[in-house]
Write a protein that binds this ligand. Sequence first.
Ligand SMILES: [Zn+2]
Length: 385
Amino acid sequence: MTMRTATTREPQATDWLGLLEDLVNTDSAPDDHAGIDAVYGKLAPVVEQLGFTVKKLATDGGPDAMLARRHGSRGDARRVLMVGHVDTVFARGTAQARPFTIAGERAYGPGVADMKGGLVVILAALSRLDDAALAGLDITVLFNGDEESGSVFSRPVIEEAATGQDAALIFEAARPSGAIVSSRRGVARYRLDVTGRASHSGSNPQAGANALETLAHTIIGIQDAGRRIDGATVTAVLAEGGSRPNIVPAAASVHVDARFDDDRADQAVERELGKLTGEGPVEGTVTRLTRYAGRPAFGRPYTELARAYTDAGRELGVQIETVSAGGVSDANFTAALGVPTIDGLGPSGGRAHTDDEYIELATVQKRASVCAALLSRLSSAASPH
Ligand SMILES: [Zn+2]
């Protein structure tokens, strides 16, 4: 098997397939800090063997991140950030119930596409770089453990690592077609809280102020706002209200998921939702808006970097398309800082977050080759610094 053959850069050849199996079989939900650490423990020796210095970074309340760095010897070395999240959406016990398996051309298991396959692509790509390529690259690899819960804790670490980089490469899975991701919509999450006044719904309903009735108007307003704004979708996704069957509801709330192409559309959504706040249509009710999570849009493709990647693929006989994706990733953060970013550099795969999640196994090594070829191109290009 070629992937088990030693090269000059690998005194002990890494068993990439074995590493993938081991990673998939290690559960690592974002709140499972021991699981996250266990994955770091499997990655660290491999990057260290490639000449990287590894350190853990604490986050403010979330799982640690892990940073690996290797400096090139050339003065004009290009700075490249590679990002992979080690967490999955699957709770502890999933891997035991549904471990890594191979059937035909595909590999299955929790997180195999999202994105443990991508972690292996990062390491396998680095292992393919020759001394000339390494001399011209300052490489930072950032692993984080809370992407699936919004990267709330690792965002500052990602943004710090991305600052001043010439390129950011994100290793979410390639699309089932093999396409990489050159832009992503942004996301914002809001909650609208309505407060009213409780009252007995039988003996004294007129003394109440029905928060649920105002919420009903508000939800229609939210959906209407979404239809008015270009470049955005706005969806009321989760609502609750009332307390008992015989009480006029004093409180009600709705969560809103907004997706947008750019900052302008993001601001338009916030403005429109803001118009639904204040005194409600039902006298005595008041609505408040809270924006509690989000990621900026990765709106504009960095075409030069995307083309360098697809050209590197073509040279290796791999035809790669670029697409825009609706979902978010850590690429949203690096791209929004103005760092040229491409995403979807992991193996081709699909059905993430389901029991049928898979990757095309052969694309692990193919994508590692393309990534190594891209890095070699970046290394030989003159640095703007
Ligand atoms: Zn992911």
